[in-house]
Design a protein around this ligand. Structure first.
Ligand code: SF4
Length: 502
């Protein structure tokens, strides 16, 4: 199928409209937008390795806008396009900056006939569950926490508020929408909100990879889904999709969940049980509160046996003394602990570091690539996967293997090189005597590394971005660099996103 008009619109947007608004014409960006449009028109799975600096986001938005308008004028049934990205920053930038700009530009030029509307769909943990809010309100009424009780009362009285934004992290977790709804209500503020998002004809909806996968998993197991049936799917930063799938299909356990379990038992006036769980979990919590080290995974499994036994006893003896949300939370925790205690053969068990620099125990099924195929690709919808790092050594094969796309006949591969002249503008430096992490001498290694970094920062007159793979390394190096008394300010940024499935 070859459609001249939508492709003509894409050409006009990048050749005339963007330059008229002071933006440079980039041939790779235009080519990418044409490719995305083709994928949607021809029902393909487009793998697009798009280098840094191409302007992917505008290419995506232009292609989506032109395709939506084409479907509308062609009399095709309305089906929104889902754009999934991995970070909240990009999602908010799309909603607040990129989209209003491109929408008004295209509308003024007559390429689209109505403004582009979008809605940002966040994960369940960001929304209020009516049932849990009510439970928590009653619970706090018995204690001394007057301020929290008042804040919850205000939320109860105001059904228009759907998000948990104004609550403290612990309260947010207590009142947010649970992984599984068992209350039996036909309607509540959360499902009324999702219903509105799905019926109000937003031509495209933005979410993150975790929500996209969680929703596909819910749909597949016959549960109520929160995202609408979509016409096309665009997955930006798609190199992060396999990792998101590993997390969503697996389980994770961190110290915070055990601490929370102790706290909610106390709140339920089960102080004997709370103290017992706290005492048998002490050693495990202490280990989990540190960054992962070289210790084997099994050294954690041994520490899980006693908390596992106590959780099971509490659940069987006190099941009817606790309220439903507390029981649900403890049952989920117990099921997670079971998975780590059983160490099922075939599962992948590993340690991760969370945003607080603590250890997370992770378990993932071995066949998540097949699962991805069942969840996302076999629906037969057009999909575009974009990233600056989809190829390795010039081949898409490693990514296709990981994402369950190796044999898929709908896949089309394209590479859009970065317009940056790396050869002229970059210098690659390999230190001759690179500091090495030798056994236990880690502070010494950090000292040497900080010295090397400080010399490089000075040589570059500041202007330096340092990337770390570990929060522990980042904290130790920031501390040391701050003492180097350089002429340039030092900023530390860290991701606050957490995608582990509870
Ligand atoms: S349906 Fe789900 S979100 Fe709504 S009140 Fe019930 S448990 Fe909460």
């Amino acid at each position: 199928m070859h459609c001249h008009r939508p492709h003509g619109d894409i050409a006009r947007i990048f050749r005339d409209l963007f330059p008229a608004h002071g933006m440079t014409e980039r041939p790779e960006q235009t080519a990418l937008a044409h490719r995305l449009l083709d994928a949607m028109l021809n029902n393909e799975i487009a793998l697009c390795d798009a280098g840094t600096g191409i302007g992917k986001t505008y290419a995506v938005l232009a292609a989506v806008a032109v395709f939506s308008e084409f479907c509308r004028t062609d009399g095709r049934p309305f089906q929104p396009i889902i754009v999934s990205t991995s970070g909240i920053d990009l999602q908010e930038a799309i909603v607040k900056r990129y989209l209003p700009f491109i929408s008004s530009m295209l509308e003024a030029d007559g390429i689209i006939s109505e403004p582009l509307r979008t809605v940002l769909r966040k994960g369940k943990a960001n929304y209020i569950c009516e049932e849990r809010l009510l439970w928590r309100f009653r619970e706090t009424g018995r204690g001394k926490n007057v301020k929290t009780h008042e804040a919850l009362r205000k939320l109860l009285m105001n059904p228009g508020v759907t998000e948990t934004d104004d609550l403290k992290p612990y309260e947010r977790k207590r009142v947010c929408v649970p992984a599984e709804c068992r209350c039996g209500r036909k309607s509540c503020r959360y499902y009324d909100y999702t219903e509105r998002c799905n019926t109000e004809r937003y031509p495209f909806q933005i979410c993150n990879h975790n929500l996209l996968l969680a929703d596909a998993m819910r749909k597949q197991s016959g549960h109520r889904s929160v995202l609408p049936a979509y016409g096309s799917l665009i997955i930006d930063e798609s190199h992060k999709l396999p990792e998101a799938a590993r997390q969503m299909m697996g389980r994770a356990l961190e110290a915070e969940e055990l601490r929370d379990a102790v706290r909610i038992l106390r709140e339920q006036s089960l102080s004997g049980e709370a103290e017992e769980l706290s005492s048998v979990s002490k050693a495990l919590i202490a280990r989990l509160e540190k960054p992962p080290d070289d210790a084997p995974f099994d050294s954690f499994t041994r520490l899980l046996t006693a908390p596992n036994r106590v959780l099971k006893t509490v659940l069987s003896r006190r099941k009817h003394t606790m309220n439903a949300p507390t029981r649900g939370q403890l049952e989920r925790l117990s099921a997670t602990v079971d998975i780590f205690c059983a160490k099922m053969p075939g599962n992948l068990y590993y340690l991760e570091e969370n945003e607080r620099g603590e250890t997370v125990l992770c378990a993932a099924p071995p066949n998540f690539a097949e699962e991805l195929d069942r969840l996302l690709w076999s629906a037969g919808k057009p999909v575009a996967l974009l990233s600056g790092t989809l190829t390795a050594g010039g081949s898409f094969r490693p990514f296709r293997e990981e994402a369950g796309l190796l044999e898929n006949p709908r896949v089309r591969e394209s590479v859009f090189p970065s317009p940056f002249d790396y050869e002229r503008n970059c210098l690659l430096y390999f230190p001759k005597n690179a500091p090495r992490r030798k056994g236990g001498a880690i502070p010494l290694y950090y000292d040497e590394l900080a010295k090397e970094m400080s010399a490089l920062i000075t040589a570059a007159y500041g202007h330096t971005l340092i990337l770390f793979t570990s929060y522990a390394d980042m904290s130790s190096l920031t501390e040391r660099l701050a003492k180097e008394e350089m002429r340039w300010p030092l900023f530390r940024e860290r991701a606050f996103e957490k995608g582990y499935r509870k």
